[in-house]
Design a protein around this ligand. Structure first.
Ligand code: ZN
Length: 194
C-alpha cells in the first residue's frame, strides 16, 4: 500500500529528478480523475498502468475510489494489484470537485474513443473546469475509453481541441490534436446513448 501526500509533490523545483516528476504527474492525474468522477464506488480511469511485467506494458488501468466523508482517495492497479491512498489533495489545483452540483442533463451521451485519443485530450492545456472534468472522468472499457457528457460538453471539448490544434506550433503535437479532432468527430457521429 502506497501512502502519498500530494502536497509533497506540488511546486517541485525544475531540477527535480525524473522519477519524482513522473510520480507527481501520476498522483495529480489520479486526483484529477478521482475528483472529476463520482464518489462512493470504485471505477476504472483511462490511465494505463505504468508497470511492465515481463518487459511488456501492463494492460491494466488505474481504478479509483473517492469517499466524501471523510474526503479520501484510494487507487488500485486493476491488473497487477498495487494500491495506495493519497492525502493532501483537497483544495489543490487538481481537486476538480464541482463547487455546485450540476443538474442532470436529458441528453447524456457516451462517446467511445481510442486510448491514445484520450491521452491527447488529457494533455489539453486551456480547458474550462466542466470540460476538464469531462476529460478526467473518462472510463476505461474493453473497447476503448468512454467519455460521459451531454451535447454541450462534447461540443465544447471538440471546440477546445480545434482551437488548440490551430494555435499549436509543434507539428507533432498539432498532428496528434488533428487526429484527436477527427476521431472525436467520427465518434460523435457513431455515438451511443448510455
Ligand atoms: Zn499493471
Amino acid at each position: 500500500m502506497f501512502v502519498s501526500d500530494l502536497r509533497h509533490f506540488l511546486d517541485l523545483p525544475d531540477d527535480v529528478p525524473g522519477p519524482a516528476r513522473r510520480m507527481a504527474e501520476r498522483l495529480t492525474a489520479i486526483v484529477r480523475a478521482a475528483t472529476a468522477g463520482d464518489a462512493g464506488a470504485e471505477w476504472a480511469t483511462a490511465f494505463p498502468c505504468d508497470r511492465r511485467p515481463g518487459r511488456r506494458p501492463c494492460l491494466g488501468h488505474i481504478a479509483v475510489l473517492r469517499t466524501e466523508v471523510p474526503p479520501a482517495i484510494e487507487w488500485r492497479r486493476t491488473a497487477c494489484g498495487d494500491e495506495g491512498v493519497i492525502s493532501g489533495w483537497e483544495q489543490s489545483p487538481y481537486d476538480l470537485r464541482p463547487r455546485l452540483a450540476r443538474p442532470q442533463s436529458a441528453d447524456a451521451r457516451r462517446v467511445v474513443i481510442p486510448a491514445d485519443t484520450a491521452a491527447t485530450l488529457r494533455d489539453l492545456q486551456l480547458l474550462d473546469s466542466d470540460t476538464e472534468r469531462l476529460v478526467f472522468r473518462a472510463q476505461a472499457l474493453e473497447e476503448g475509453v468512454a467519455l460521459f457528457g451531454d451535447d454541450d460538453d462534447i461540443d465544447e471539448l471538440v471546440g477546445y481541441v480545434a482551437a488548440e490544434a490551430n494555435h499549436e506550433g509543434n507539428r507533432r503535437r498539432q498532428g496528434r490534436l488533428d487526429a484527436a479532432f477527427e476521431v472525436l468527430s467520427r465518434a460523435i457521429d457513431g455515438q451511443q446513448r448510455p
